[in-house]
Design a protein around this ligand. Sequence first.
Ligand code: GCU
Length: 439
Amino acid sequence: MQSGYVAPLFLIVFSALTAHAQAPEPPAPKQLPAVVAGIPVNYDESKVGEYTLPDPLKLNNGKPVRNAKTWYTKRRPEIEETFETQQYGRDPGRPADESFDVTDPGTPALDGKAIRKQVTISFSKDPSWPKIHLLIYLPADAKKPVPMLFSINFGAVQNAVDDPGITPEEVWDPKTNTKVFPREGSVYGHIDAEPLLAAGLGVATFYYGDVDPDYAQGFSNGIRAHFLKPGRTERAPDDWGSIAAWAWGMSRVEDYFETDKEIDAKRVAIHGISRLGKTVMWAGAHDQRFAAVIASCSGEGGAALSHRDYGETIAHLTIPRRFPYQFAPNYAKYAGFPDKAPMDANMLIALIAPRPLLLQTGSTDYWSDPKGEFLAEVAAGPVYKLLGKDPLDTDVWPAPKQPILHDLAYYMHEGGHGMVPGDWEIYIEFLKMHLHPEP
Ligand code: GCU
């Protein structure tokens, strides 16, 4: 481990936790590919082996973190820097020329239940730069600034909600590296807006490709092309990948929320699925303005432990023909050597502390290692405790459909990767607990 030795107490505590976390051990799944992209995949609990996680409550100089002040002023910045340089890459911060164009200032929509707004967010005065097309619904009868569920979307906004008033937009076609109008009804991007609105929550979403395309394209398109240092065609080891770019886009939306008097920018929960689950983990860790995080099946590179060899690994993420563009080039150093990484998902979760975090997983989503996400939350528990918040309070992995909704929250639906309809109810319960909407 690069971060030096791990405090004996932490070792003892963690091995005790792992020893008891044995609730619904799924059978070693059969017929799952034993090799992906030429790299073996372990799905056998008995072969996970032993591992020692980097300790979020120990400073890089080896000294323990004993109070909130040391956490906020010393340890938190150290961990954030590690994730910036080693995993996601550094972003350029808020652009000086950012501007907001409210193209739809508030139109009754969804059978009168909502007010729809549409906002174009520009990052530069140069019109050729990417722009975010933000779609917002607010409860029609809201009397005060509303808390929000803000979900980053795989699809175009016109497919997110059934509303003919949405200005349609194009999406990237990886085959041609051009933008085209999408097919209707992307399963992943649909948002169940009405129950959220009924609970007193606003809803916002944008298409992630507005910021950066989701494929390697030699910096011909997307926001990262505009920040490549002059004369460079390759990224520096700590340059941002597209996950950091998508997360940066979410922060630009929060910049807008801070200007909108109908929105309570201090009560914004963020949500994303899969690679966008990884995105909201980093957005929530890096931008402390976000009040809460819901990460769906974020898996490896998100909330699942890398030191635990189960399902996808850093090697699968960073092998050239898969997803290296999503991460800082440095991340590939840990492919095959997760034990050498100075960070892991327990520390990413710790960066979200003291704010509420819900990890939603799927019982048959073995690739994303739902148990590894649970164990990461368990191992981040001491940081929540130090900050006076409620961790999971158990080290026993719950069965499917048994939510634990504390400040740290965990829910595993019955089924696979992504979301299933019942997940929305759990989200709303979690959001009501922590954002206190007025229905
Ligand atoms: C792949 C990848 C995952 C990722 C997922 C997705 O399966 O291996 O890490 O989460 O794509 O984004 O759908």
